[in-house]
Design a protein around this ligand. Structure first.
Ligand SMILES: Cc1cc2nc3c(=O)[nH]c(=O)nc-3n(C[C@H](O)[C@H](O)[C@H](O)COP(=O)(O)OP(=O)(O)OC[C@H]3O[C@@H](n4cnc5c(N)ncnc54)[C@H](O)[C@@H]3O)c2cc1C
Ligand SMILES: NC(=O)c1ccc[n+]([C@@H]2O[C@H](COP(=O)([O-])OP(=O)(O)OC[C@H]3O[C@@H](n4cnc5c(N)ncnc54)[C@H](OP(=O)(O)O)[C@@H]3O)[C@@H](O)[C@H]2O)c1
Length: 592
């Protein structure tokens, strides 16, 4: 459909050109080009005393329903606005932030955290790509600070007005003419009243840490147990556990955090694990955030080139230098990168002080005791905490749209169902990265909104299925079999994959030629989200500066008592410098 161009009546000396850009249907070509075309025509008519121009879109921008106003939902609203789409966000609770909004009592249908949760991804790595976290915020923030950041983000981009709070999305169904329109009927409920509306596209941002996985069947005798037991989702603070003997089951990040916190109050904590875990520190070499030191493109090159077993061996050697995982009862059979990592700086201290004792899996519970698989028995147990993870579902869709079985779901790039006639539904944030979720949700949303607009196309169903199958096989080869390992992604590799699709991957080679200072930081420095704002659609002018100042923002919050640095920086031996630059040159050549 081509644009309709016409002229409105002339009043006094004003020649008013009226342009109606009719953009119909989801796949009517490249709308940016059409709009550009309109302006070209206007320019060509400048000899007609053109003094004022109106450009109207007679069919409105596409209406997009965003389900959930957590970290993923907020950024989806912003991405819709950036692409000229019309978002309406439905949030079942009365506030933004999703999981990061702490509440004393868990709310139905929303993730629930404990009061003390400190994030395990650092601020420069978890921020949205065009909105750095303030320099005085700590690198690893308490959940209340994270919520503040989301509030600032929503305020800055004026997102609140697009959110309908206390509104539950009950059902989303294809409209009868879906195969031609791609539209959906969305039924919502606000304070008991149901409403239905038609949307052109859906962004599902409902999170995947809401529904507790409570595998009681795996624990014979639990029914007889006379003490208290609950899932980590229901844990809020250590009050009430004074003098108690507690078994924590599961060695994910929840299990680790809860064991550490409870060990300061309880009489004794037993941390039970069926396969052990490697433990990574937030505070890495020289006190830098671990994810900033391990996420560079430079290291990414080696990760892709070397066999996983070699990388595991090197990394485990380093982790064991801090404390020997075998001596602490934690060493698993598998390698570091074969499991979602546990990040916990305090656990070894609690183990060495005897307040946490690591145990194997529980074979059976009695009325008062836990019998472990090695035959050991711990009597007088008061509390069992099941830190056994989560499962996810999309109750508002019927299975023909999205079918989840044992946390397995088929989505191209973890975003698009492949079997729909129109690509008008995208799931955002349904990934478990070795890194932060927020910037990944953002890049998924930038890509998805461009697909909705018809600016990017998806491959054929067959090719998408092949890609998904390959990813499933890769995941099965790499990770130990567990329902927590069904949506794993590596932060940088996956971000680059999405960035290529969205046309925003930085061209490191070109950068070396045009801006070596920036290139050095992009290649050797942490792969912070700003990198994906340097070029392409959604380019942000502040990205370069944000990258060049990222270490300043990292150091600011800890440098609260200034120490004069008397080291002579030029004393680095010349030979070392030459060696460094030769390695650098070699690495670049290999990388390219
Ligand atoms: C204890 C804990 C710590 C974590 N720490 C980290 C970390 O360090 N770094 C990291 O990157 N990730 C971490 N995560 C993962 C966490 O899920 C993400 O950080 C992030 O919260 C995901 O945001 P989201 O918007 O996708 O989902 P959520 O935050 O879960 O938000 C989903 C929103 O959707 C709403 N909703 C759900 N269903 C409906 C419906 N039918 N209708 C309307 N609204 C609905 C909910 O009310 C909620 O507000 C952690 C998870 C847990 C459990
Ligand atoms: N501070 C933080 O930032 C923080 C804190 C908490 C959570 N998180 C994040 O939140 C997400 C969820 O973490 P989580 O720790 O709640 O869940 P999780 O990562 O899924 O870990 C669940 C643990 O329970 C074990 N488990 C599950 N079923 C079991 C069974 N039947 N018997 C014995 N053990 C069983 C798992 O063992 P297997 O591995 O053997 O399956 C695993 O050790 C993760 O992304 C995590 O990083 C972050």
């Amino acid at each position: 459909m081509s644009p309709i161009i016409g002229e409105s009546p002339v009043t006094h000396k004003v020649h008013l050109t009226y342009i109606s850009v009719v953009l119909l249907g989801p796949k009517t070509g490249n709308k940016e080009e059409i709009v550009k075309g309109c302006f070209q025509v206007i320019q060509n008519r400048s000899n007609h005393m053109l003094t004022n121009v109106f450009c109207l879109s007679t069919t409105m921008a596409k209406k997009v329903a965003v389900i959930g106003a957590g970290a993923s939902g907020l950024v989806c609203i912003k991405c819709c606005l950036d692409e000229g789409l019309e978002p309406t966000c439905f949030e079942r609770t009365d506030d933004i932030g999703g999981l990061w909004k702490f509440k004393e009592i868990p709310e139905e249908g929303r993730a629930s955290i404990y009061r003390s949760v400190i994030i395990n991804t650092s601020k420069e790595m978890m921020c949205y790509s065009d909105f750095p976290i303030p320099d005085d915020y700590p690198n690893y923030m308490h959940n209340s600070k994270i919520l503040n950041y989301f509030r600032d983000y929503a305020k800055h981009f004026n997102l609140h007005k697009y959110i309908q709070f206390k509104t539950l999305v009950c059902s989303i169904k294809k409209r009868p003419d879906f195969s031609s329109t791609g539209q959906w009927d969305v039924v919502t409920e606000t304070e008991g009243k149901q409403k239905s509306a038609v949307f052109d596209a859906i962004l599902v941002c409902t999170g995947h840490h809401t529904d507790a996985h409570l595998p009681l069947d795996s624990f014979p005798g639990i029914g007889k147990f006379k003490g208290q037991y609950f899932h980590s989702r229901d844990y809020k603070n250590p009050e009430g556990f004074k003098g108690k003997r507690v078994v924590v089951i599961g060695i994910g990040n929840s299990g680790g955090d809860l064991a550490v916190e409870l060990s300061r109050t309880a009489d004794q904590v037993y941390l039970s694990t069926r396969r052990g875990s490697w433990i990574v520190n937030r505070v890495a070499d020289y006190g830098y955030p671990v994810d900033m030191l391990t996420s560079s493109r430079f290291l990414g090159f080696f990760k892709r080139t070397l066999p996983l077993s070699v990388i595991n061996w090197l990394a485990e050697k380093k982790l064991n230098r801090r404390f020997d995982h075998a001596n602490y009862g934690l060493k698993p059979q598998h390698g570091l990168l074969n499991q979602h990592p546990m990040v916990n700086d305090d656990l070894p201290n609690r183990i060495i002080s005897g307040t946490v004792l690591v145990k194997p899996n529980v074979r059976e519970f009695t009325e008062t005791a836990a019998i472990f698989e090695d035959g050991t028995v711990e009597e007088n147990i008061d509390v069992i905490v099941f830190a056994t993870g989560y499962h996810f579902a999309f109750p508002f869709f019927d299975n023909s749209v999205l079918n989840v079985r044992n946390n397995q779901v088929s989505l191209y790039k973890y975003v698009f169902p492949t079997h729909l006639e129109k690509p008008t539904v995208a799931v955002i944030g349904l990934i478990q990265p070795l890194g932060a979720i927020m910037p990944i949700s953002e890049l998924q949303a930038r890509w998805a909104t461009r697909v909705f607009k018809g600016l990017n196309n998806l491959p054929t169903e067959e090719n998408m299925n092949m890609d998904m199958q390959e990813k499933k096989e890769q995941m099965a080869r790499r990770y130990v079999s567990s329902q927590r390992h069904t949506i794993q992604v590596d932060y940088l590799d996956y971000m680059d994959e999405l960035a290529i699709l969205a046309g925003v991957k930085p061209n490191v080679l070109a950068l070396w030629l045009t801006d070596p200072k920036l290139a050095k930081e992009v290649f050797f420095g942490p792969s912070t989200p700003y990198q994906f704002r340097l070029t392409g659609p959604g380019k942000w002018d502040g990205a370069r500066n944000a990258i060049l100042t990222q270490w300043e923002r990292t150091l600011k919050p800890t440098r609260t008592r200034l120490i004069e640095d008397r080291r002579n920086r030029s004393s680095v031996p010349l030979l070392l410098k030459v060696f460094f630059f030769l390695t650098l040159a070699l690495a670049i050549i290999l990388y390219l």
